[in-house]
Design a protein around this ligand. Structure first.
Ligand code: NAP
Length: 246
């Protein structure tokens, strides 16, 4: 159980982040439901958690912005005094073939997916070091391991997250802080919902289990990595992908 723990989940107004927020709250954590643009759905996530007897608050922050992330983390620490669990989940795609990819689309994806995680870890790690405990979980992707045609920006950001995870894990291992990455495969959320049936069929063909995963499949692993049963695990990248990247 995570009773007494404070968790901050970025991009938790919808998709995988919202499932993670609900899962951590269900297991006793007080959850900061961060959102960027989706205020209404973040508030609906909070309302659902409270209806189930949990505790949560929706807070806006664009995690790709260094200064805004600092202000956000300061506000969280002022109110809640600590953060025990940080889940860097916020992420976007701007797919295109390399020959057509704009500088803006490259930068936007790197700024959100990779720099966003850096910003949050940078601003929160000092407080975790002081309390000599913490769990940092970065949501990477099998695209960061396998690569994916049409996603060079996204794959680079997700591979970068793996490097960030391992380096920070080494820096903070002696301070009682675990840093791990989860690499989801093909998960049913807004991010994948707009794909053509043909593209979905082709992707399913690459998955040994032959089907997409759910946001809850990811939340189950995040719960394990956020709790005490994973205390001797750090610097790892764990795929939740139906066998896709084995
Ligand atoms: P999604 O449904 O599109 O949700 C993306 C989330 O990221 C939203 O909550 C969004 O918040 C948030 N976000 C985007 N930019 C942000 C910013 N600058 N600051 C704060 N939050 C921001 O996607 P998802 O499928 O749940 O993806 C969640 C994570 O899992 C991402 O990192 C994604 O790369 C990763 N992943 C997904 C899959 C998949 O198949 N779905 C596979 C591998 C990895 P707002 O709506 O408030 O802007």
């Amino acid at each position: 159980m995570l009773t007494g723990k404070v968790a901050l989940v970025t991009g938790a107004g919808r998709g995988i982040g919202s499932a993670v927020a609900r899962m951590l709250a269900k297991n006793g954590a007080t959850v900061i439901v961060n959102y960027n643009g989706s205020r209404e759905s973040a508030e609906a996530v909070v309302a659902g958690i409270e209806r189930d007897g949990g505790s949560a608050e929706a807070m806006q922050c664009n995690v790709s912005d260094f200064a805004s992330s600092e202000t956000f983390v300061k506000a969280v620490l002022e109110k809640y005094k600590k953060v025990d669990i940080l889940v860097n989940n916020a992420g976007i795609t701007r797919d295109n073939l390399i020959m057509r990819m704009s500088e803006e689309d490259y930068d936007a994806v790197l700024d959100t997916n990779l720099k966003g995680a850096f910003n949050m870890i940078r601003h929160l790690s000092r407080s975790m070091v002081r309390q000599r405990s913490g769990k940092i979980i970065n949501i990477s992707s099998v695209s960061g391991i396998l690569g994916n045609a049409g996603q060079s920006n996204y794959s680079a950001s997700k591979a970068g997250l793996i490097g960030l995870t391992r380096s920070v894990a080494r820096e903070l291992a002696g301070r009682g802080i675990n840093v791990n990455a989860v690499a989801p495969g093909f998960i049913d959320t807004d991010m994948t919902r707009n794909m053509t049936e043909e593209a979905k069929k082709a992707l399913n063909g690459m998955i040994p289990m032959g089907k997409m995963g759910s946001a809850e499949d990811i939340a189950d692993l995040v719960l394990f990595l956020a709790g005490e049963h994973s205390d001797y695990i750090t610097g790892q990248v764990i795929c939740v992908d139906g066998g896709m990247a084995m």
